[in-house]
Design a protein around this ligand. Structure first.
Ligand code: AMP
Length: 213
């Protein structure tokens, strides 16, 4: 029953691949970014607090994120495992998460790390559109408005996918999240995948590697 983390820079394809992985194991994806976006959409207090950070390309403070994750992991659907997408993003979050698991006598099974060069990330973010209703991400190269193939809603550009914010988010990732990759590498939990090829190739590599666990 896998408890897994999916790590990678903005635009690397985390949400695209998380859907496939969670289907394989029949476990839920827990995306802190999706939870925050939903709160912004609903206009909750949490959403209002998070919006300023997200729009600036900064990380939302650890305490807010840890509360969200704690509350989400307490729900019954996580008892057979889960995939955390976009969490932890700082060493403090990783350490608090690890010690929370240890206190409950649980272990983390794998940390999947998707990597790609910066120019690939920038191109993917520039052409990314997201469904405001179901959260599915799409790549739109011709700039036309598109409809979500999963639920029919009109796709939107993400509020933090503006060019000015993108560079900042990648810098924040290098500074604050790459150490998390190292943290789990040292623990022997890391599985690294080159996410620069097309989606099908990356997915096939992930599926093959995960068969063994
Ligand atoms: P994502 O959809 O994972 O790219 O997240 C979108 C934005 O939400 C990020 O750029 C951060 O501002 C915020 N966010 C999501 N997850 C976290 C996290 N674990 N820690 C801090 N901020 C987060």
């Amino acid at each position: 029953m896998p408890r897994m983390i999916l790590l990678g820079a903005p635009g690397v394809g985390k949400s695209t691949h998380s859907a496939n992985i969670t289907k394989m194991f029949d476990i839920p994806t827990i995306s802190t970014g999706d939870i925050l976006r939903e709160n912004i959409k609903q206009g909750t207090e949490l959403g209002n607090r998070a919006k300023t950070y997200i729009e600036a390309g900064e990380l939302v403070p650890d305490e807010i994120i840890l509360d969200i994750v704690r509350e989400r992991l307490d729900r019954g659907d996580t008892k057979n495992g889960y995939l955390l997408d976009g969490f932890p993003r700082t060493i403090a979050q990783a350490e608090r998460f690890d010690s929370g698991l240890a206190r409950r006598g649980k272990t983390l099974d794998r940390v999947l790390y998707l990597s790609a060069p910066k120019e690939v990330l920038l191109k993917r973010i520039a052409t990314r559109q997201i469904c405001p209703k179901c959260g599915t991400a799409f790549r739109i190269d011709n700039g036309q408005e598109e409809i979500c193939s999963m639920c029919g809603a009109r796709l939107e550009h993400r509020l933090d996918d503006e060019v000015s914010t993108t560079e900042k988010r990648i810098d924040v990732y290098i500074e604050q999240t790459e150490p998390v990759v190292e943290h789990y590498k040292e623990k022997g939990l890391l599985m690294e995948f080159d996410a620069s090829p097309d989606m099908e190739t990356v997915q096939a590599g992930i599926n093959e590697a995960l068969k063994a666990i």
